[in-house]
Design a protein around this ligand. Structure first.
Ligand code: SF4
Length: 81
C-alpha cells in the first residue's frame, strides 16, 4: 500500500506517544488531532489493512478499528450470499 500520505499527516511533527495513549483521555486527545487531518481516510485504511492493533490511526481507537473490521467482514459475508 502507498505510504506517501504519511508525510502529510498532522502528526508528522508530534511525538508518537500522543498517538499511543494509555487511557481514554489520551485517546480523545489523539482523536481530536486526527479529526481534521487531511489524510485521515488513508491512515485509517492503512491501519485496517495492516491490522495494526495499537494506537490511534485515522481518528480511530483500537476498539473502533476492531468494530469496523468486524462490520466489514460481516458485510463481505452477507454480500457473498
Ligand atoms: S489521521 Fe491522525 S494518526 Fe493518521 S496521519 Fe493524520 S494525525 Fe496522524
Amino acid at each position: 500500500m502507498d505510504t506517501e500520505w504519511m508525510t502529510a499527516g498532522k502528526c508528522q511533527d508530534m511525538p508518537p506517544s500522543v498517538f499511543f495513549p494509555n487511557d481514554g483521555v489520551g485517546v480523545e486527545i489523539a482523536r481530536r488531532i486526527c479529526a481534521d487531518c487531511p489524510v485521515k481516510a488513508p491512515c485509517l485504511e492503512y491501519a485496517l489493512l495492516n491490522r495494526i492493533d495499537h494506537g490511534v490511526w485515522g481518528g480511530s481507537s483500537e476498539r473502533e478499528r476492531r468494530r469496523i473490521a468486524r462490520r466489514r467482514r460481516l458485510e463481505t459475508v452477507n454480500d457473498s450470499r
